[in-house]
Design a protein around this ligand. Sequence first.
Ligand code: NAP
Length: 270
Amino acid sequence: MTRPYAEVIGDPVDHSLSPVIHRFWLECLGLVGDYRARPVAVDGLAAYFADRRTDPAWRGCNVTIPHKLAALGHVEDRGGVRKSMGAINTVLRESDGGLIGTNTDAAGFYAPISGMDVAGVPVVMIGAGGAARAVLFALARAGVGPVTILNRTLLKAAGLLGDFGLKGDALPLNAPLPPAGLLVNASPFGMTGQPGLELDLSPLPEDAVVYDLVYAPVETPLLAAARARGLDTVDGLEMLIAQAAIAFELFFGEAPPREIDAELREILTR
Ligand code: NAP
């Protein structure tokens, strides 16, 4: 039988770190299998799924820009991901050729802070796009306190609060920070080639955690400022690896060896 494989599809997809992560785990576990990057254009999405549906070696795929919404039209949405997160990032093939869509971003975001008691904790988040949706989905389930969203488009931020039944405020990007116990950057600010976030972190309490979803670079100006203030930080690679781990287990049926994350992080930041 042909060896099992999974893919990441997108356009462009060359930049994706997913093949590095999944191949690292396949090799460490000694599993027979492969994980590839597959460029798929917008007008090729239907043909891609029609083809893969009949291939028993294909376990599924991760989905990146620009297919995260459109892919929902080709899969079953058993978990109601369309309504909750509005997009999928993972497709699984069932043995009868059925395709199931899911989104591992919310659980991937939450995994690194699962040891933190966030119930009732005030949160501040920058950004109100796709990643912000996954963050709020997870935080709403964890019962966080009021959420202040700083965003360019206030209506979008207010809409997100309403969608997840959260109390809080939508404020402009230059508003002073509230005294939140968790600060999350879910915007592209701080990414290589983008301006960094220039926030005055002094209103945050000493035990606040600063979590940046940006992973290129790993040490963003926001995380550097938080560390300089002595705050605990979580970087974007932690979420990237955690969401990939969930997909890996769904594709290949084994949990990846997370005890060697340090080795994987070293490879990803070379
Ligand atoms: P997105 O949907 O494009 O989010 C865009 C957000 O950024 C919106 O809130 C948008 O404001 C704001 N924004 C973009 N350009 C802006 C500008 N020039 N000025 C002011 N605001 C601007 O992106 P996303 O998919 O949510 O991703 C956000 C970040 O999270 C990216 O850096 C991505 O790499 C990272 N991410 C990381 C992981 C991980 O595993 N670590 C997973 C997912 C995403 P408006 O609402 O006003 O348009």
